[in-house]
Structures are given as C-alpha cells and as structure tokens.
Design a protein around this ligand. Structure first.
Ligand code: BGP
Length: 478
C-alpha cells in the first residue's frame, strides 16, 4: 500500500506531462467500453467542424507503454491522465466493466514501475452518452452517479494512486458546452445552464471528495480549474464592479467551493446581475463544507483581460479554425463587461493570448486570496501547426521559447512563496485537441497519425529533459 508521503518522498517537486482519455486512448468501443457523449457527437453532429473524432486518437490504449517509457527516458516523474467514465461504467451507473478497470491497472502499475507518479482525473469532458441523454450535468442525479463512479475508482486504484483530480476545468467545460456551443451538447449563450453546470459539477466533485475521506483513503485530491486570473484594461469604468463580475464569471464558483468549502458570498448579488437561478437540493452547503480537497490544480495558459461593457448584445468570440479564421477569443456580456483585446500581447493562431507572465500573477493571486494552497500546475502548453523534417523530427523552437518563459515565471512565484509543487506539460504526446481536431498540436512527442501512430520526440522533449535534470542537480533536495 503506497502512502501520501510517498508522492514527494524522492523530490519535493514533480515534473511531468499530461493527457486526457478521450483525447489519446482511441479504442472507443473496445473491451466493453460504453458510448460517450463525444463519440456520439463526433459521429453524428454537423457541428463536428473538422469531421474528426477520437475513435483511435493517439492509440494510447494499445501504446501506453511506449508513452510511459518516453516520459521516463525524458526524466519526467509525473503523469496526469484521466479515466474514461464509460470504460469503467458503460452507461455511467450500475454495471461495472472489469476490462476497463484492468486497463487502468496496467497503466498505473506501469507508471509506478517506471518511477512515474500517476495523477488521475476522474472526469475530463467525456460524459457517458446515456447520462448525456438523461440531461447531462443539468440533471442533478448525475452528481450521485459521479460519486458512485468515483468510489469505484477509489476502491480499485486508491491503494496505489495518491494524487487525484475530480473534475477537469468545470468552468471552461461549462463555458464551451453552454456559452460557446462548440462542445456537446452545444448550447449557445445559455447563461442559466452555464452557472447551473458549474454548481452541479462542484457538488459532484465535493461529494466525491467527501467519499474519499469517508473511505479512509490517504492522498492528494482536488479540482482542476482553468486559470481565470482577471486583469482590467486601465481604461475600465467602475473597475471594482467589473472586476467582481468577471471574477465571479471566471473563477469564484469553482475556487470558493474547492478551497474554502462554500459558495461565494456575493452569489445572490450575482444571480441578480446575470439573471440566473440555481436549482439544488436542500442542505447542500454541508456537502461543500465536507468536500474540500487538499490541493488545487491549475491549467494555466492565459488570463482574462476585460473592461466595462460598451455597447451591443451579448456575444461570444471563439476560433476553432486557426489560420482559416480571424476571430480572437473573448466575450461581450451585455450591460456587464466585455473582453478587451490587448494589441501588445502575443496570440496563438487560434486567437488566444499567449502570456507567460500570467503564470506568475495567477499563482500569486491564488497564494494571496486563498491562504496559500498547495498548487499543481496541471496543464500548460502551446498549440501550434507543425511540420516535421524527413526523419519525422519537429524543431518546435517557438514552443520552447514560450515554455521556458512560463517556467521562469513559475519558479519566480515558487521563490516568492507560492506553494506550487508540480508541473505537467500539456501534452505528453500529440493528441485530439477536441473541436480543433488534430492539426493543433501540443505534444512533446510527435505522433504520426498516418503511420501507425509512430512516436518521435520533438526538440521540446529534449529541452524539457535537460531542464528537469538541471533543476534537480541545482536543487539537491528536490
Ligand atoms: C484544456 C483542456 C485540455 C486541452 C487544452 C488545450 O482546456 O483541459 O483537454 O485540450 O485545454 O485546449 P485546446 O484544444 O482548446 O487548444
């Protein structure tokens, strides 16, 4: 039986990388796996704009040993991955699929054999289709199904897995599914569902964390939030009010339950401003109180740069077409606030800010506002178009430049007292980038999707390996 203390016994900082089940496993209907909402969407919806899917993805289901070997050879000692709910429970509740449990046992055991600390996410966007059919995260019953599923995973893997994340990016997931409308079930500008989703996801997460404690398991467990560090355009009118509304929109409905065990104090005020209500069971405050984790995961790519609302109806701006679109990423919320577009900040080809400084400001904000919690940077990376040379080698200098700036900022925040203890680069290898398809690449290792999913480490993989080795030789105690 492994113990919580084992996680940081060799090094006091983890360096690794991450993936998510639907994005890399493939084997979408193998060995008893149930249908997922993303399987259904990609096979049936006209909104699958690139006409791609995760049927085979990066073939991780069959090639996991290759990927874990490469992590170990690259000096990484931590791997964040997610479990496919429908692989464990084909309909999301009831029957358990032993072959699914066997697969994750193989992955976990192989990680440990190679000296890699597994960090397991229970839900990374891939809802079982049967639950989607029952209303998805708008159906409060799903919070109990999630809790049952979590308990099965804790029971099966909790002796070896000492780092858990309940839910990946409840806020951003709610945003894409209910505001942007690019993820199934593709609702657009539906603010009622946006806030209700976040609430239900957080209740589900808190129930699972409470079960983890009741089962007497030891380990780190928390939620993974997409960093929504808000910065105001200096020209903002009524800055305090704009900040409060934006921070609520991007952060507090996730961070307060996760770290403080309660809903935000300004919830009633925000319900009036945004015009939504929350449907819930009685006495759920108790679940939040009892379901506080012991770390927070932060996926850190950008900030939210906003100003007061100027004019126009609510609208969302998003770009899943890369260079085939000019759209920048942002939102306008009528009468509330809107995104400001800073011409001095770099952007990726999908219109999103690339702003490594935010690694520092985001981590420091968490330290200051939330009593210096233990933080893992559970994702950070840079999506680009790539073309390999004749040996399939990718010289991703642009990624390395940005990667290195992000890490400098992380080390600066660490030095100034942020309790950050791990970093997982997104992603371990190339994978399916949701609605962006396969052309937006994030991997440290190239995957040739046309040639048997052949793996070839990129220049950034070697750069990261050197970085990790230097880090440990300069910091003998970790
Ligand atoms: C995060 C998700 C990941 C990953 C990453 C890149 O929000 O947790 O699953 O996809 O973003 O996102 P994108 O594919 O939108 O560039």
């Amino acid at each position: 039986m492994r113990k919580k203390e084992d996680v940081f016994s060799r090094n006091d900082f983890l360096w690794g990388s991450g993936t998510a089940a639907y994005q890399c496993e493939g084997a979408w209907d193998a060995d008893g796996k149930g249908l997922g909402e993303w399987d259904y969407f990609n096979h049936n919806s006209a909104l699958n704009i690139h006409n791609e899917d995760g049927d085979n993805a990066s073939n991780f289901y069959y090639d996991y040993e290759k990927d874990i070997n490469l992590m170990a050879e690259g000096s990484q000692n931590a791997y964040r991955f997610s479990i496919s709910w429908a692989r464990i429970m084909p309909t999301g509740y009831g029957e358990v699929n032993q072959q699914g449990i066997d697969f994750y046992n193989r992955v976990i055991n192989y990680c440990l054999e190679k000296g890699i600390e597994p960090n397991v996410t229970l839900f990374h966007y891939d809802l079982p289709y049967e639950l989607a059919r029952q209303g998805g995260w708008l159906n409060h019953k799903i919070t109990d199904y999630f809790n049952e599923y979590a308990k099965i995973c804790f029971e099966a893997f909790g002796d070896r897995v000492k780092m858990w994340s309940t839910i990946n990016e409840p806020r951003y997931y709610s945003y894409c599914t209910n505001i942007v409308g690019n993820y199934p079930p593709n609702r657009r500008l539906d603010f009622q569902s946006y806030f209700q989703y976040q609430y239900n996801l957080m209740i589900a997460s808190s129930k699972a964390i409470r079960s983890f404690k009741e089962m007497g398991l030891d380990g780190y467990i928390g939620v993974v939030h997409d960093n929504g560090h808000v910065e105001l355009d200096p020209d903002t009118i009524n800055p305090d009010e704009v900040y409060e509304m934006a921070d609520f929109f991007y952060n507090t409905l996730i961070l307060e339950p996760s770290l403080l065990g309660k809903l935000p104090d300004n919830l009633e005020k925000m319900k009036q401003k945004y015009g939504f209500m929350i449907l819930h069971d009685i006495n759920e405050e108790e679940i939040f109180r009892e379901g506080v984790g012991n770390y927070i995961g932060i996926n850190l790519y950008n900030r939210q740069y906003v100003k007061h609302w100027e004019e126009g109806e609510s609208e969302v701006f998003h770009n899943n077409k890369g260079t085939r679109s000019n759209s920048l990423e942002g939102i306008r919320l009528e009468s509330l606030f809107e995104s400001s577009f800073d011409p001095h900040v770099r952007r990726n080809k999908w219109g999103r800010e690339v702003n490594p400084r935010v690694m520092y400001t985001g981590l420091m904000e968490l330290k200051e506002k939330y009593n210096n919690p233990l933080i893992l940077v559970t994702e950070n990376g840079h999506g680009i178009y790539e073309s390999p040379d004749e040996n399939d080698y990718v010289e991703d200098n642009e990624r390395i430049e940005i990667f290195s700036e992000f890490l400098d900022n992380l080390l600066k925040a660490k030095k100034e007292g942020a309790d950050v203890r791990g970093y997982y680069h997104w992603s371990t290898m190339d994978l399916y980038s949701w609605i962006n398809g396969y052309e937006k690449r994030y991997g440290l290792v190239r995957v040739d999707f046309e040639d048997n999913y052949k793996r070839t480490p990129k220049k950034s993989y070697y750069w990261f390996k050197d970085f990790i080795n230097n880090y440990y030789s300069n910091n003998r105690n970790g």
